[in-house]
Structures are given as structure tokens and as C-alpha cells.
Design a protein around this ligand. Structure first.
Ligand code: UN1
Length: 497
């Protein structure tokens, strides 16, 4: 018997009005895990009504007390880490060590945001006038719509939900249809920790029905979306005047200079390119390699790639898990065809695979002699496929790095400080790593991109700014009309009568 899950509206797990469900399958063996509600715009309306009802109560709930609930949630998550990690591997395929990392990231941000309950800083400044007090206070945005992808099924929802909570917002959360179970389990932990009913509402279902109803809803004041560029563009068009945060992927590069520690760079490229089966927004899908070490580095990479073991992520011997679904494998394979047609040289991989006749696997793929303007060097593949682009100088490397529409993550391997600092200064991206791969962001620093990646800054203090508004407050206690910009003449304070 396959279990059926509900949607969460006003603290109750209920069925969708559609009367329909969809199946979720394990990408490693294609077995059905559970059934989930195919939500509708009407479900979204009910969820928004519940979020609206809860808003006053939650906004007035002292922020340090909201923080205590988050701290409790972090403790519960810690206890449940292994169970959640195993569910995640079953649901979306990443290898178990990475799934544990995903849950750990949620624990970290939940603890971080719990602490923010006692800060939520704003600025107090001097006034240009006497006997006038200038400060600012942080206020919730209102009802948020949170739309999340499947590749970090607990971590990314946690980057959005925990700052939204600590800032006093209520929300409608629509998780990706490939990972609803992880999302539901995470929300159940928040409920158990004491988040009041109606504060978080969760509606599963398609982007075209549920996602689009959230984006267009008049009562929703903020949207936070991580996902594809096409959907990001839809959100930009349809969200109207909502506060919108977008994170729309990348085509991240690793520069490997001729002075780099090549063993270190090798580890970074393998981890960045094939970790999470290449399905990270921050995945290293381009290796921009100095021509002097190109041949040697290619040999090193090929020999390492050949040793990578494909398999079910729950097996401790597996290095690379499956892709998320059959469509994703098709897309990666289509790009292999495009790369070959464009004249790039395929060094290894380039084929789908099955294990015991099942699963959405793709062999780790490496192209070399890729020109920077080829489609495989420009477009996000979101699979285990790396393009090596040879260059002659750091200047050329940085030009190649920047010659894409995206601007999320980047890395350089070098032992020359000048190369490192020039890259930090000139690479157009939200993240630059030196002697480390393109992935591995920590939760207390801002995370997000520039250019075609969007403008969201999540995690850390930036997350607080993303999920709150600021009101400036002027208290004039002079007892007279003081006009800013007009009456600011220096002079002694007037004596009291
Ligand atoms: C993503 O790539 O979709 O830095 C998010 C990292 C992770 C988060 C990545 N902490 O790779």
C-alpha cells in the first residue's frame, strides 16, 4: 500500500479540492515512494486565507520567542538527521553523505535564524535637527509565497522558511513535485517545534496550477523562488509589485592556472562537477584550464572519472547517484549530442545508464577543446557534464568566466596571490572560491547571484533583509515645527520654559 500525503492549510493536513494525486518515485530504482495531492488555485486561496488569519498573531509574537521555536526545531532536526537524509536519498537520489550535508545545512540555518530573534538589527542615526530621534524598525513583509527546487529538498526550503518565520511573516510553501516528502517532513518538524497553525501552509502540485496561483495572488506580498530561468522570467512578469527574490541557476566555472596544485584542483573539479550528479545551481560545469597544464589535467581527470561508481546513493560505495528523472537524463544526453555536433571532443561518459535495468543514471561526462561560445559552455545542463575550455592567460580566463548570462558561483585554483585577488575583484558572480570548488556555501554568508542568475541574497544576515521590510521612524520631541532640510541651523538647544 502506497501512502497518501495531504496538504497543510491552517494547521490541518487535508486533501486537495482536485481529488487527484500524483506519484513520487525513487530515481535509483523507479519504485513509487508515496502519493501527493495535485493542488489547485482554490487550495492556494484557502492557504492564503489561513496565512492571513495567522499573520496578526505571528507578527505580534515577540521575535526572541519565535527564535525559541526555531531553536527547538533545530534540535528536532538534529535528532531526525539520519532518517531525513535517507528519505532524501530515496526521494531524489543524492548520495547519503551529501543528503546528510543537506539536512545539516538546514540545522545550521535554523540555529542561525533562531539567534536572529534577539537581533533583527536596524540602524539608529543622529538627526540633522535638535531634539529629534531617528531610528528604524524591522517589519514583516506579510504573506510570502515560497517556491523551491528538488535538488536541495530540505536545505533550500530552510533558507527561505526560517528567515521568513523569524521576521514574522506567514507563508504558502510549494515544494518541487519531485521532492514533496522531504518538504512535508521538514514542515512537520517545524509544527512539532511549535510554529502556530496557519503560519506555514504547504500546497503540493504543479507549477502551472499551484505555483502560478501563488505568484499572481493579490494578498501575497513576497515571492522567493529558486529554480529555472524560464520560470524566473514568468515570476518577474506576473508577480506585480510583490517583493521578489530569484535564484535562477548558473554556468559556473573553475579556473585552473598553470601554477595550481593540480591534485587539489582535481578533487575540486570532481566534487564540483559530479557531486549531486551535477544537479546544483552551483555545479562546476566549465573548467577553464591554462593551456600549459591542459593535457596533463585532462589525463588526471579522465583516470579519476573512470573510477567513479554510479549507483543507489544509499550504498556507501556509490560516488554518483542518479539524476532526478527520465526527463533530466534526456536533457543531459541531448547536450552531449549538441557538444559533439558543435565540434567539442568527448573524453569520457556521454551515455545514459541503468542499474539492474532501472534508474535514471548518466555516466559522468567530460568534453574538452570546448569553445567559450558553444552551447555546452553557455547553457545550464544540470547534469554530470563538464566542458573544458583552454585559455592562455588569466585575463582570457576571466573573460571566459564572465562571458555567460549567469553570475552565480566561480572558483580559481592558483598559488599566486595576484591571480587570486584579481579574480576576486573581476569575476562577475555572487560567489568566488579560491583553491576550493564552486560549491560549499556556508549559511552565515549571503548566497545568491548577479546577472541572469537573479538578485536574491539568502542565508545569513542577507536572508533577514530578503524576508523583512524596514520602516524609518522619526520622533520629534522639540515641541516646535522643525522642518528637515530647511530649519537645520546649528545653535543652542532652546531652554525649557
Ligand atoms: C544549489 O546549488 O542549488 O554551496 C545550492 C552549495 C550548497 C547550496 C547550493 N551549500 O553548494
Amino acid at each position: 500500500m502506497v501512502k497518501e500525503y495531504g496538504i497543510l492549510i491552517g494547521g490541518k493536513w487535508v486533501k486537495s479540492n482536485s481529488g487527484e494525486t500524483f506519484d513520487n518515485v525513487n530515481p535509483a530504482n523507479e519504485r513509487v515512494i508515496a502519493k501527493f495531492q495535485s493542488g489547485t488555485p482554490d487550495d492556494v486561496n484557502r492557504a492564503v486565507d489561513a496565512a492571513e488569519k495567522a499573520l496578526g498573531y505571528w507578527r505580534d509574537f515577540p521575535a526572541p520567542k519565535r527564535g525559541e521555536i526555531l531553536l527547538k526545531a533545530a534540535q528536532l532536526l538534529r535528532k531526525d538527521k539520519e532518517r531525513l537524509a535517507r528519505l532524501m536519498t530515496m526521494e531524489m537520489g543524492k548520495v547519503i553523505a551529501e543528503a546528510r550535508g543537506d539536512v545539516q545545512e538546514a540545522i545550521d540555518i535554523t540555529e542561525y535564524m533562531a539567534g536572529e530573534g534577539r537581533r533583527l538589527f536596524t540602524q539608529t542615526t543622529p538627526s540633522e535637527l535638535r531634539d529629534k530621534f531617528c531610528t528604524s524598525v524591522r517589519i514583516p513583509v506579510g504573506i510570502f509565497g515560497l517556491i523551491t527546487p528538488w535538488n536541495f529538498p530540505v536545505a533550500i526550503p530552510s533558507w527561505k522558511i526560517t528567515p521568513a518565520l523569524i521576521c514574522g511573516n506567514t507563508m504558502i510553501f510549494k515544494p518541487a513535485s519531485d521532492t514533496p516528502l522531504c518538504a512535508i517532513e521538514f514542515v512537520k518538524i517545524l509544527e512539532k517545534a511549535g510554529v502556530p497553525k496557519g503560519v506555514i501552509n504547504l500546497v503540493t502540485g504543479s507549477g502551472s496550477k499551484v505555483g502560478s496561483a501563488i505568484v499572481k495572488h493579490k494578498k501575497i506580498r513576497g515571492i522567493s523562488f529558486t529554480g529555472s530561468r524560464e520560470v524566473g522570467e514568468f515570476v518577474t512578469k506576473e508577480a506585480g509589485l510583490k517583493k521578489v527574490g530569484l535564484e535562477l541557476g548558473g554556468k559556473n566555472g573553475i579556473i585552473v592556472m598553470d601554477d595550481a596544485d593540480l591534485e587539489l584542483a582535481l578533487d575540486g573539479v570532481i566534487w564540483g562537477g559530479y557531486g549531486t550528479t551535477g544537479q546544483r545551481c552551483t555545479a562546476a560545469s566549465r573548467v577553464i584550464v591554462h593551456h600549459k597544464i591542459k593535457a596533463k589535467f585532462e589525463r588526471m581527470l579522465v583516470s579519476r572519472i573512470k573510477r567513479l561508481r554510479l549507483g543507489d546513493g544509499l550504498k556507501p560505495t556509490t560516488d554518483v547517484g542518479p539524476q532526478i528523472n527520465a526527463k533530466a537524463v534526456e536533457k543531459t544526453h541531448e547536450y552531449t549530442g549538441i557538444g559533439i555536433k558543435e565540434g567539442a571532443k568527448l573524453l569520457c561518459g556521454g551515455k545514459p545508464a541503468k542499474i539492474n535495468g532501472k534508474g535514471f543514471f548518466y555516466r559522468p561526462t567530460l568534453f574538452t577543446d570546448v569553445a567559450p561560445d558553444m552551447r555546452i559552455a553557455q547553457e545550464e545542463i544540470f547534469g554530470p557534464s563538464i566542458s573544458m575550455i583552454p585559455v592562455k592567460t588569466l585575463d582570457e580566463a576571466i573573460d571566459v568566466m564572465n562571458g555567460i548570462i549567469y553570475g552565480l558561483s566561480s572558483a580559481i585554483y592558483t598559488n599566486d596571490l595576484k591571480n587570486a585577488f584579481e579574480s576576486i575583484e573581476r569575476i562577475e558572480a555572487g560567489l568566488t572560491y579560491v583553491n576550493s570548488s564552486t560549491i560549499g556555501a556556508e549559511v552565515h554568508l549571503p548566497f545568491g547571484g548577479i546577472k541572469g542568475t537573479g538578485h536574491a541574497r539568502e542565508a545569513g544576515w542577507a536572508g533577514i533583509e530578503e524576508f523583512s521590510d524596514v520602516k524609518s521612524v522619526y520622533v520629534d520631541y522639540s515641541g516646535t515645527l522643525q522642518r528637515a532640510q530647511i530649519d537645520n541651523v546649528p545653535g543652542p538647544r532652546k531652554k525649557r520654559k
